[in-house]
Write a protein that binds this ligand. Sequence first.
Ligand code: FAD
Ligand code: MLT
Ligand code: ZN
Length: 450
Amino acid sequence: MSGAIVEQLVAIVGPANVLTTDLDRYEVDWTRRYTGRAACVVRPADTAEVATVVSWARRAGVALVPQGGNTGLVGGSVPRGGEVVVSLERLRHIGPVDALSRQVTVGAGVTIHDLHETARAAGLRYAVDFGARGSATVGGSVATNAGGINVVRYGMTRQQIVGVEAVLGTGDVVSHLQGLVKDNTGFDLASLLCGSEGTLGIVTAVRVRLVTEQPARVTALAGFDRVEAAVETMASLCRSLDTVDAAELMLDSGVDLVESAVGVSSPIPRAAAYLLVECSAHDDQSESLGAILGAAPGLSDVAIAVTPSQRDALWRLRDEHTPSINTLGPPLKFDVTVPIDRLAGFVSSIGRVVSDVAPKARTFVFGHAADGNMHVNVSGVVDRDVDVTDAVLRAVVAEGGSISAEHGIGVTKARWLHLNRSAAEIGAMRAIKTALDPDGIMNPGVLFAD
Ligand code: FAD
Ligand code: MLT
Ligand code: ZN
């Protein structure tokens, strides 16, 4: 069967673009927790070849796993056993930036970093940013509705999209890339595909809005004697300033690990909790930011970055959390939102929820405080993955939260989807899935538990 699959795919994309050996980077995810064997990897060149591959898969009854940068953290981008991985890495076309509408159309395989560079060269900015920017692709970020560090100001990926081209699970191509901001002509298919995690079709191109690049940027790292004080200060900053681009929370345990794992050191003394805040505007925000932080309750110290290298050093403390935690072995990762008024309590108590089930585990909590989005990473869980997951996700839901803020459900949380979604909602989602992917070939096992 596998020989026939390869032969038929070679006829569509050519021999150089059907891979059968050295598949590690396609078969193992970023965390190294999720892995499975692929029948092969196919690398189509454009939308037409993607459509031919999907139509072939329907006829052949072969399941497909779309893949971008393989940085997704919920197991949805790697095969589970015998699927064909459809890598979008060759779809790297970057169209001209339209300065009038402040939009650009890019191929699904363009990295977030390259989209940033394209926008910057035109004096603009792409508003979604996160640590995996160098490898994560635009297609993957649409499929997951990625969030990241600037959601507080600009919203998630869904808010940046003004059009999508995709091949549905039927093999049909839908293309709506005119970039009309006002366009009430029926269902918004771009929004539907955004966050669908490769279960409805394969995104091949995206038209995104770009925002004005603000020339004056200031970044501050503030230490606090308790988590509550950091959360209150974050809320007060967001109330007082409409120039806050990012407000990230870190704890002593995470900063300590980053310092020892990658040798980046904090410019301020150890604190129970840290807020990393960035503002940008036409005029310098240092004074307003400094004044609010200076009067904050529980503040122990603050460092303000004025040069790009100082700024990068502060951001490394935050960005290196994920890689540093991975040095302890593949962690159990949770990406959750709780209402802001529950945030401090949740951050302070979730470690106990974990240790009640897995006493030897180490829990790291950090994330996008302004969105109520915390990343709970647990290292050292042996044989209790399901119990720890169940306890953490139920604790989140008990606080009125969501079991996935920005990474998606993937395979890892599919069996807990019902904690956040009613039977009617899941029924509606399944009906959409059946309509757009009648043979169930698109990323089976992702989002919906079998
Ligand atoms: P992949 O990992 O390849 O795929 C992710 C999912 O999308 C899979 O289900 C896959 O099947 C599907 N998919 C991929 N491409 C397509 C396509 N063209 N069409 C249809 N389906 C497709 N995420 C955040 O939201 N915020 C963060 O702050 C953040 N920080 C991160 C930091 C690090 C260090 C790492 C490793 C990851 C981080 N992530 C974050 C998670 C990840 O980077 C995002 O989910 C990203 O959007 C995935 O993009 P990708 O191209 O790597 O997609
Ligand atoms: C981040 O914000 O760094 C990632 O989304 C998080 C993670 O590693 O859980
Ligand atoms: Zn995140």
